[in-house]
Ligand binder design. Structure first.
Ligand code: HEC
Ligand code: HEC
Ligand code: HEC
Ligand code: HEC
Ligand code: HEC
Ligand code: HEC
Ligand code: HEC
Length: 406
């Protein structure tokens, strides 16, 4: 009898212990979610690495890593610098007296201008950061203590060569200070420590490189923690939903960086968050309704807004044509289909009235005729001592360009 009681109590104790440890284990697993912030915004928001999203959004993350957005600001290295350091391809002539050489050393990558008849370089400036994915070109930034500068030599993709930076005079000039607004358009976050918006001092490690998920989706830590703890929950929690935004809010999410310089700012860079109204933060110093004032470089928003497609439809926004997570450049068929989808589903279909043979010859390429490549007036490149070319950008003023084509 006593033996029986002993066995039963022992069993009971073992079961109790098991239940206790199991609950404890489950409990700790629920509470402990390892998420280490990689940077902190002035306003307290914490950033995490976008690799955290792979667990549940694998395809989006993999696609996103290939986009121009994600690669728009990077630490300089062999992979991120597109320009060549090989002999005969590593220099350009600035003017008759100055040649720029690009030199790779074990300590890093340098720009070294040599003045005629001198044997040593005038200076050796280290390329620390790369700005620009290299789709059209790249510029290079240098840290001097905690101050950030843009160097004079850039790289131009169409000619696969080193060039004088756009806008720089054709003589040696001091490196240009990089201000927060420049970084606001090219990266997720950088903390300005100069105390004013025109200062170029930044916190060197409190930076989130490239335009990543959090630039467009805002704070995500709560979202990640929740879904890690509730793996069965299939509806998104603790994250801002684009579907709940107005058309203007959706447009503003892109217009922050795609509506020109917006030099009249009432708020500091990096304060605009998804869901905010951009007009409360900044406005342009040009007439938004004057087409002549809208440059194809950097101002897709105002040009699109001026188009009939935008004015006469209620829903058209950037994501009607662009998948914000994918590199789609060159995939013109995808874009043409967007034109056709909308034009043929209107109550009264809107058909092309252009010359049928011409259109066929163009392989029904709506984009080529109605959104042509246009020379930028502000982005010009000095390709040789004498020649300057404009960078060509796809206009977002969808319209009729070649009435005389037939
Ligand atoms: C543990 C799983 C998990 C992780 C990690 C996770 N998410 Fe999610 N997320 C979900 C689920 C589940 C949904 C809802 C289903 C869906 O839309 O895929 C969702 C939806 C979303 C949505 C759509 C919201 C909407 O409009 O409905 C966004 C944006 C999002 N996640 C961003 C992120 C980002 C950015 C990260 C990384 C920082 C991340 N998520 C990490 C589980 C996760
Ligand atoms: C934080 C600023 C910023 C925001 C917000 C932003 N973009 Fe961009 N976008 C850029 C910059 C900078 C580039 C050029 C990147 C490069 O090549 O280095 C770019 C490039 C692009 C390109 C060209 C891609 C390519 O392959 O060359 C497209 C298309 C685009 N953006 C669409 C959008 C859309 C749509 C939105 C809104 C959902 C958006 N962007 C939001 C800054 C931004
Ligand atoms: C340039 C801005 C931008 C960036 C960067 C971005 N997103 Fe998005 N994302 C959007 C927009 C805009 C939508 C809504 C699209 C729509 O409504 O058609 C969206 C929708 C989503 C959705 C829900 C719809 C879907 O496609 O499944 C998820 C999930 C998501 N994003 C995750 C991410 C993750 C993860 C990253 C980073 C790897 C990321 N996003 C980076 C702009 C962006
Ligand atoms: C108002 C937002 C904005 C500001 C400010 C801005 N850029 Fe850009 N930048 C863009 C956009 C958008 C593109 C690409 C699309 C286009 O040409 O419209 C781009 C393209 C570039 C490219 C070419 C990238 C490529 O691979 O095609 C370089 C290089 C560049 N910018 C450097 C800079 C530097 C350096 C600064 C600051 C001194 C700066 N940008 C300031 C928005 C901006
Ligand atoms: C969301 C729907 C939508 C999409 C997407 C769309 N359009 Fe339109 N488009 C319209 C509407 C609506 C009109 C105005 C028709 C009218 O005047 O009644 C229009 C007008 C036009 C016009 C006449 C412009 C003028 O100034 O008279 C052209 C050309 C055109 N679209 C071409 C395109 C091309 C090319 C694309 C793809 C790159 C495209 N559209 C995408 C809705 C759309
Ligand atoms: C009617 C369709 C349509 C809409 C709406 C649209 N785009 Fe585009 N966008 C295109 C096409 C087509 C291209 C050319 C793609 C290519 O060259 O592969 C393009 C190219 C771009 C480029 C690269 C330009 C270049 O030549 O380097 C940027 C940046 C861009 N779009 C941003 C935006 C932004 C921001 C919005 C919203 C304000 C927007 N787009 C709305 C169709 C559209
Ligand atoms: C070879 C160049 C070319 C191609 C390709 C082309 N169009 Fe056109 N389109 C024109 C010209 C030129 C006109 C103006 C004709 C005129 O009225 O003088 C026009 C007119 C239009 C109009 C205005 C119609 C109206 O009644 O006002 C629309 C809408 C349109 N095109 C849409 C498209 C779509 C969508 C595609 C792709 C399926 C396309 N176009 C392909 C050259 C082209």
């Amino acid at each position: 009898m006593q033996k029986k009681i002993f066995i039963i109590t022992t069993l009971a104790i073992i079961i109790c212990c098991l239940i206790f440890f199991l609950t404890l284990y489950k409990h700790t697993k629920n509470v402990y979610v390892d998420i280490t912030p990689i940077a902190t915004h002035d306003n307290g928001m914490e950033f995490i690495d976008s690799s955290t999203c792979i667990e549940c959004h694998q395809q989006i993350v993999e696609d996103h890593y290939k986009t121009a957005h994600y690669n728009s600001l990077k630490v300089a290295n062999d992979e991120t610098i597109k320009g060549s350091f090989k002999k005969e391809h590593n220099s350009f002539r600035l003017n008759e007296n100055v040649i720029f050489n690009m030199i790779k050393r074990s300590s890093g990558f340098y720009q070294e201008p040599i003045i005629k008849k001198q044997s040593t370089p005038f200076y050796a400036a280290k390329m620390d950061l790369v700005i620009g994915s290299g789709t059209k070109g790249q510029s290079y930034l240098m840290w001097n203590k905690n101050n950030l500068f843009q160097l004079q030599a850039s790289y131009f993709t169409p000619t696969n060569s080193w060039i004088n930076s756009p806008g720089a005079p054709d003589k040696l000039t001091p490196a240009r200070p990089v201000i927060e607004r420049c970084l606001e358009c090219h990266t997720t976050y950088a903390q300005n420590t100069s105390g004013n918006k025109n200062g170029n001092q930044f916190h060197k490690t409190n930076i989130v490189y490239g335009i990543d998920c959090q630039r467009c989706h805002g704070s995500v830590i709560k979202h990640v923690k929740f879904h890690k703890q509730h793996p069965k929950e299939k509806t998104a929690k603790h994250i801002l939903k684009y579907s709940s935004l107005t058309r203007q809010q959706r447009l503003d999410a892109c217009a922050l960086c795609h509506s020109g310089l917006r030099t009249k700012a009432t708020e500091r860079a990096f304060t605009f968050m998804i869901g905010d109204t951009l007009a409360n933060f900044s406005s342009s110093d040009y007439n938004e309704t004057n087409l002549e004032d809208l440059d194809v470089h950097g101002n897709q928003y105002d040009l699109l807004k001026a188009s009939q497609c935008f004015k006469k439809s209620a829903t058209l926004d950037c994501t009607t044509c662009h998948n914000p997570h994918k590199k789609e450049r060159g995939n013109i068929a995808v874009f043409n289909q967007k034109c056709i989808d909308c034009h043929t589903t209107q109550k009264k279909p809107i058909n092309c009235s252009g010359n049928k043979n011409e259109i066929k010859k163009m392989g029904n390429n709506c984009v080529q005729c109605h959104m042509p490549l246009v020379n930028s007036k502000i982005m010009k490149i000095q390709v040789s001592e004498k020649d300057e070319v404009s960078v060509q950008v796809r206009t977002h003023f969808i319209g009729i360009y070649n009435k005389t084509s037939d």
